[in-house]
Design a protein around this ligand. Structure first.
Ligand code: COA
Length: 172
């Protein structure tokens, strides 16, 4: 396997998907962006209401190996989804995948995960991992072909607990 690119992730700065949703790599989040992301992460249960997300966001955007990808509403440009993706030279990873509650189950989660897989495959990684941050997310990732890290099969449904790790091969 070739060594992953050291020059960060090759992601277009903005693009629109088939539904007109704006996908953007957020490199310089404004205070409004950080507030909107914090609200989204609280609303989706990723962080407790008392936590400030600023440090995690800044750590990601300042990392040479990580990117914060967001989706914005086609009309009002509000942040409706987030995903952090990157790598540690061995494995790709996804963190903070969050889809606004009113647009869940419309395919955006799958679209973002597929984007992360394509980005990480293109820089030479052969495996992507995700830490399951709540029990139901495991079923979502199992649908997308992820297995529990201990090799347990995904069928019929993995028994995922919080903080278990799932992975997927990026080899074709
Ligand atoms: C989990 C989450 C990211 C899924 O995103 P989404 O946009 O709602 O999911 P999609 O519409 O892309 O669904 C893709 C497939 O997964 C299925 N799916 C989605 N959420 C699911 C869940 N909780 N359990 C089981 N299957 C699920 C969908 O039915 C769909 O299957 P299909 O293709 O057979 O119809 C989203 O619900 C979310 O943000 N949840 C709260 C935060 C969270 O748990 N993040 C993950 C942290 S590890």
């Amino acid at each position: 396997m070739p060594a992953p690119s050291q020059s960060g992730l090759n992601i277009p700065e903005t693009a629109r998907d088939g539904a007109g949703i704006i996908l953007e790599q957020l490199k310089s989040p404004t205070s409004d962006d950080i507030a909107a992301i914090t609200t989204l992460w609280i609303a989706t249960g990723l962080i407790p209401a008392i936590r400030d997300a600023r440090q995690d966001i800044e750590n990601c955007v300042n990392s040479a190996h990580g990117s914060l990808i967001i989706a914005r509403h086609p009309q009002n440009h509000q942040i409706i989804a987030t995903m952090m993706t990157g790598h540690d030279n061995f494995h790709g990873w996804i963190h903070y995948l969050a889809i606004a509650p009113d647009i869940q189950n419309s395919g955006l989660g799958r679209e973002l995960v597929t984007l992360a897989e394509d980005i990480l495959r293109a820089i030479g990684l052969s495996e992507i991992r995700v830490t399951i941050e709540n029990a139901t997310a495991g079923d979502f990732y199992a649908k997308l072909g992820y297995d529990l890290i201990d090799g347990a099969p995904t069928q019929p449904t993995p028994v995922c607990r919080q903080n278990t790790i799932m992975r997927k091969s990026l080899d074709q």
